[in-house]
Design a protein around this ligand. Structure first.
Ligand SMILES: [Zn+2]
Ligand SMILES: [Zn+2]
Length: 309
C-alpha cells in the first residue's frame, strides 16, 4: 500500500500522519518536506489520508477523467451557441442540437460508470505490478514530456491499425457504427462508442504506458495522468467540428486535429489515425479530396497501362 511507501519517503511526525483530517496531514507534510512542491504535497497527503492505494488511484482516475472529459467538452457546447464562431465550423450546416448533445453526454456517462469503471480500478494493481511508481517527488518535466511524446506516437499507430480494422464490414456493423452515429461530430462524441471499441482503442491509451513500464521500469502515475489529460484533449478537440486559424495543426503540420477527423466522420473512409497525419499519408488512406484525386489518377494510369500491354 502506498501509505507505507509514502511514509518511508516523507519526513513527518507519526502523530500527524495518523490524523484523519486531510488538511492536518497536508500541514504535517508541508512542515517537514519543504523540498516538495504544492502538487507533490497534495498528492502525498491524498494517499496518506486514503490509506488504501488502489481506492485512492481509482477515485483520482475516475474524477480526473470526468472533470477533463466534460470540462473540455463544455467550451465546445458554448462555442456552438455563439454565432461568431460558426464561420469556423467545418461542416457548416450541421451544428448539433441541445438534445443531441444531452443524449450523447448521457450515453458517454453511462459508459464511464459501467464499462470503464472496473478498468480504471484494475489499472493501479496491474501498473504497480509491472513497476509503476506513484510516490513523491514526481519525475522531471523533461522526462515526462519525452515519455508522453513516445506514448502519443505508439498510441497513434495502435489507433490507426485497429480503427482501420474496425471499418471492415462485420466489425464496422457490429462495433464501430455506433461511433459514426454523428457524421458531423462535436466534442462530446469523442467517447461515444461501443464498449468493445472503448476497450480495444482504449488499450492503446492505457496499455502503451503499461508496456512501457514493463520494458523500462520507469514510469510514474503522474506522467500517466498527464498523458491521459493530453490524449483526452486531443480526442475531444479532434471531434469538436471546428478548425480555427489558431488550431494546433496550423502550427504543427503533422498534427491531425479536427479537420482530419471531421472528414473521417463525414466520409466514413480514410483518416484513421488519432493524433498524427503521417500514417494515413504513408499507407495512402488520406480522406482529403487531393489524396482521393491522386488515388483515382493512379488507378486510371494503372488501367491504361494494363490496356496497352
Ligand atoms: Zn471510424
Ligand atoms: Zn471519431
Amino acid at each position: 500500500m502506498v501509505a507505507t511507501i509514502a511514509t518511508t519517503m516523507l519526513n513527518a511526525t507519526v502523530s500527524g500522519l495518523n490524523s484523519t483530517n486531510y488538511y492536518e496531514i497536508l500541514d504535517e507534510i508541508a512542515k517537514y518536506n519543504v523540498q516538495l512542491n504544492w502538487a507533490e504535497r497534495l498528492w502525498a497527503a491524498w494517499y496518506l489520508w486514503m490509506q488504501n492505494d488502489v481506492l485512492a488511484t481509482g477515485i483520482l482516475s475516475f474524477v480526473m477523467h470526468e472533470v477533463v472529459y466534460f470540462g473540455r467538452s463544455l467550451p465546445w457546447i458554448i462555442i456552438d451557441a455563439i454565432p461568431y464562431f460558426h464561420k469556423y465550423k467545418i461542416q457548416k450546416d450541421k451544428r448539433p442540437t441541445f438534445k443531441e448533445q444531452w443524449d450523447c453526454a448521457m450515453l458517454v456517462l453511462l459508459g464511464h460508470c459501467t464499462v470503464e469503471l472496473p478498468q480504471i480500478w484494475l489499472f493501479h494493481p496491474i501498473a504497480t505490478y509491472f513497476g509503476m511508481d506513484y510516490g513523491v517527488p514526481f519525475p522531471s518535466l523533461t522526462k515526462m514530456a519525452i515519455q508522453i511524446i513516445i506514448f502519443f506516437i505508439i498510441e497513434d499507430a495502435w489507433h490507426y491499425c485497429f480503427h482501420r480494422a474496425l471499418h471492415y464490414g462485420f466489425l464496422y456493423k457490429s462495433i464501430h457504427k455506433l461511433h459514426h452515429t454523428y457524421s458531423a461530430p462535436f466534442g462530446l462524441t469523442a467517447e461515444y462508442a461501443s464498449p468493445i471499441e472503448v476497450m480495444l482503442l482504449g488499450f492503446g491509451v492505457v496499455g502503451t504506458p503499461i508496456l512501457w513500464v514493463l520494458f523500462t521500469n520507469d514510469l510514474h502515475l503522474f506522467t500517466m495522468y498527464a498523458w491521459i489529460f493530453f490524449r483526452l484533449l486531443q480526442a475531444i478537440d479532434a471531434h469538436s467540428g471546428y478548425d480555427f486559424p489558431w488550431s494546433l495543426r496550423t502550427f504543427i503540420p503533422f498534427w491531425a486535429g479536427a479537420d482530419h477527423h471531421d472528414l473521417h466522420h463525414e466520409k466514413f473512409i480514410g483518416n484513421y489515425a488519432s493524433s498524427f497525419r503521417w500514417l494515413d499519408k504513408i499507407f495512402d488512406t488520406e480522406a482529403f479530396p487531393e489524396a482521393q484525386k491522386k488515388r483515382r489518377e493512379k488507378k486510371m494510369a494503372q488501367m491504361r497501362a494494363r490496356k496497352t500491354q
